[in-house]
Design a binder for this molecule. Structure first.
Ligand code: HMG
Length: 420
């Protein structure tokens, strides 16, 4: 079959799209049944060329105590040991009083960038003189936000290269707010065009440095001890790993990947835009021109102190948040009702994840804990049926060296034993 089926694919109804795809890619009755079983009419309204749902496992981060409240946080991820690591770090911190995360003011940044300026300095002066008017234009484009106490609150002007960027600082209240910001930025852009400026772009910036969230925790040293290591030794090695992530981008990227393992999974389960959170986190990590670890650990007189700060411009309304029954249920599970609260919990969860990863790296290494949990995925990947996973994992944990070939061989043994 030629690829003609792709032309105007989006104009067909869901079942027609599934049939066209199944025919074009010869998916057969099993493939077609899979597409149908996982599709929903609701999600057909979410994205284009929709054919089915791609599902992620959801697990719970437990014992995450933030500002004295114990949170249960849904996390959607396919990676083994992420949920266990967050719960492990969180439990350790809970024993020492939990995380502290202050409530911060939050604004999104809407960029309107001017190009081809003969005299950029004069343009900056002119724009600053018209600051109140520009803010008024932005607010008039989305008046309901101002009625709710939000709206365009301020603006800053930056000269970058030959460009001038007007950064609108917009309080979107409880929403994710990307559409609001883009509407306001485009209204300001249109007005500036009418005044003779050449506007290159008007859109939200994902470097949400006006929505920073910090979480801190302090652990007494005895809670960190591990086989073969005193608590102080573990703490000192965690501090060294933290220092390394400040000076070496190679290590910083992995340090931050671990933090985002936890935050992304909870952001996905909260219905927020995790790509926005990812790009903001990494841009913030490189804010001084050098990519660094987002979480830092130091030894104080009270013990090991951790601190994580990153942009968390999340919402609890808007976008696809609470549109699906699962998304609604996740808010019921976490008990989170405000955007500020979600940001505080996410920063704490990221710090818990980092603690667990660094403690593992500082002691037995990552493979010991991580791989044991990974064995279940390995078992499935070599063809184990669900009932064969537990016995195969038990055999794998007794091996000195584990890889797919070893797993496949052990699975064969289990299957032969069952036949006998
Ligand atoms: P453990 O020391 O064997 O745990 O940890 P434990 O048996 O002493 O249990 C303590 C608590 O940990 C439990 O409390 C649970 O909260 C949790 P309890 O329920 O007993 O009251 N816990 C679990 N929760 C759910 N399922 C489990 C489970 N096991 C313990 N199966 C663990 C084992 C794997 C948690 C530990 O070794 C660990 O945290 N390792 C780090 C794993 C990790 O970071 N994984 C992320 C993927 S690796 C990666 O991509 C990031 C990285 O590269 C980042 C970086 O380099 O910085 C590492």
């Amino acid at each position: 079959m030629s690829d003609n089926w792709q032309h105007g694919f989006y104009k067909h109804g869901l079942s027609e799209r599934q049939e066209l795809l199944a025919q074009a890619r010869q998916l057969g009755p099993v493939g077609m049944a899979e597409l149908q079983a996982n599709a929903t009419d609701q999600h057909d309204q979410f994205i284009e060329n929709y054919v089915t749902d791609y599902r992620l496992p959801e697990g719970l981060a437990l014992n995450l105590v933030v500002n004295g409240k114990n949170y249960t946080v849904p996390m959607a991820t396919e990676e083994p040991s992420v949920v266990a690591a967050v719960s492990n770090g969180a439990q350790r911190v809970a024993k020492c009083g939990g995380f502290e995360a202050p409530v911060n003011s939050r604004c999104l940044v809407g960029q309107v960038v001017l190009d081809k300026l003969e005299n950029p300095d004069r343009a900056v002066t002119d724009l600053l003189m018209h600051k109140a008017e520009l803010l008024q234009i932005a607010n008039a484009a989305h008046p309901s936000m101002q009625k709710r106490g939000g709206g365009a609150k301020d603006l800053r002007i930056r000269q970058v290269g030959g460009f001038v960027s007007i950064d609108l600082l917009i309080d979107v209240q409880q929403a994710m707010g990307a559409n609001t910001v883009n509407t306001m930025a485009e209204a300001v852009a249109e007005s500036l065009r009418q005044s003779g400026y050449d506007v290159l772009v008007a859109v939200l910036s994902n470097l949400a440095d006006q929505s920073l969230q910090t979480a801190t925790c302090t652990l007494s040293l005895n809670t960190l001890a591990a086989p073969g290591f005193t608590g102080r030794e573990v703490a000192e090695r965690i501090v060294k790993l933290s220092e390394l992530a400040q000076v070496d981008p190679y290590r910083a990227a992995t340090h931050n990947k671990g933090i985002m393992n936890g935050i992304d999974a909870a952001v996905i389960a909260s219905g927020n835009d995790w790509r926005a959170i990812e790009s903001g986190a990494h841009a913030y990590a490189a804010r001084d021109g050098h990519y660094r670890g987002l979480a830092k650990w130091e030894l104080t007189t009270k013990g090991l102190r951790g601190e994580l700060t990153l942009p968390l411009p999340v919402g609890v309304v808007g976008g696809s948040i609470k549109l699906t029954p699962q998304s609604k249920l996740n808010y019921q599970i976490s008990g989170i009702s405000r955007a500020e609260e979600l940001a505080m919990v996410l920063a704490s969860l990221g710090l818990a994840q980092n603690l667990a990863a660094l403690r593992a790296l500082a002691t037995s290494g990552i493979q010991a804990g991580h791989m044991k949990l990974q064995y279940r995925s390995l078992a499935l990947s070599v063809g184990a049926e669900p009932s064969e996973v537990a016995p195969l994992v038990a055999k794998l944990t007794q091996q000195k060296r584990v890889d797919a070939a070893v797993a496949a061989q052990l699975l064969k043994e289990i299957q032969n034993e069952r036949k006998d």
